[in-house]
Ligand binder design. Structure first.
Ligand SMILES: Nc1ncnc2c1ncn2[C@@H]1O[C@H](COP(=O)(O)OP(=O)(O)OP(=O)(O)O)[C@@H](O)[C@H]1O
Ligand SMILES: [Mg+2]
Length: 107
């Protein structure tokens, strides 16, 4: 029995002329908090967009295993359905709303 809730395995994502992610692995265990750190263009946002289905299954190589099942998200709707939620940074926020209201925007 493992307490790993998320595994990203060998994630490779290519845009025309750019390899944004090459063979990236990420393991997250229950109750862990991780920070993905890297310089501009390192691929942080791309990795999170792969995880959340912004870039759908088939548009990248590698596997996403969440709560023991391989996931093939076709859209953010699919990832949200299993409990993966991305809070995008400042440009997507509503300044007049509270932090909590911003987090639940769209629900
Ligand atoms: N939609 C896209 N089309 C083409 N290239 C892209 C696209 N999105 C990202 N890239 C390229 O992929 C690489 C990774 O970009 P990404 O935005 O994931 O980096 P980042 O780590 O989030 O950077 P930042 O710290 O600036 O937010 C960069 O070389 C970037 O130019
Ligand atoms: Mg980014």
């Amino acid at each position: 029995m493992t307490d790993t809730i998320l595994e990203m395995r060998g994630i490779t994502k290519t845009f025309p002329g750019v390899k944004a992610l090459q063979d990236v692995n990420l393991d997250v265990r229950e109750a862990e908090i991780h920070a993905i750190v890297g310089e501009n263009g390192a691929g942080k946002s791309t990795l999170m967009k792969v995880l959340s289905g912004v870039y759908p299954a088939g548009s990248y190589d590698g596997q996403i295993i969440y709560k023991g099942n391989e996931q093939n998200f076709k859209s953010i709707r699919d990832s949200e359905h299993v409990g993966i939620v991305i809070i995008h940074r400042e440009l997507a926020l509503v300044p007049l709303l509270s932090i909590v209201e911003n987090i639940f925007l769209g629900q």
